[in-house]
Write a new protein. Structure first.
Length: 101
């Protein structure tokens, strides 16, 4: 096979990592948007955002005025939509609910 065809084939296969079992990407959407998404061993982003990973990861989603959520995210899921639960306003900050920055 000519070198040019091999290069094109290699480029196509590398663009689709899921074919070889590599990392997968998941779009994380929260309702409402703008929540902090912390992915264990990956980093953090503001929703909506897309993350890539190759093994199950624990994610924490937090937004001021809403109950924080901790979920396990597995590779292979293309989209995760999380509806945040509004909490009653109070003057006490629950430190255990906030992600460490």
């Amino acid at each position: 096979m000519p070198l040019r065809k091999l290069s094109v084939l290699a480029l196509l296969l590398s663009a689709c990592e899921s074919v070889g079992g590599g990392s997968r990407t998941t779009e994380i959407i929260t309702e409402p948007a703008g929540a902090l998404v912390r992915v264990e061993g990956y980093g953090e982003c503001l929703s909506p955002c897309t993350v890539a990973f190759d093994q199950p990861r624990t994610i924490t989603i937090a937004k001021e005025g809403f109950r924080a959520q901790r979920l396990e995210l597995k590779p292979g899921r293309s989209r995760l939509i999380v509806k945040l639960e509004l909490v009653a306003p109070n003057t006490v900050v629950e430190e255990s609910e906030l992600p460490k920055l």
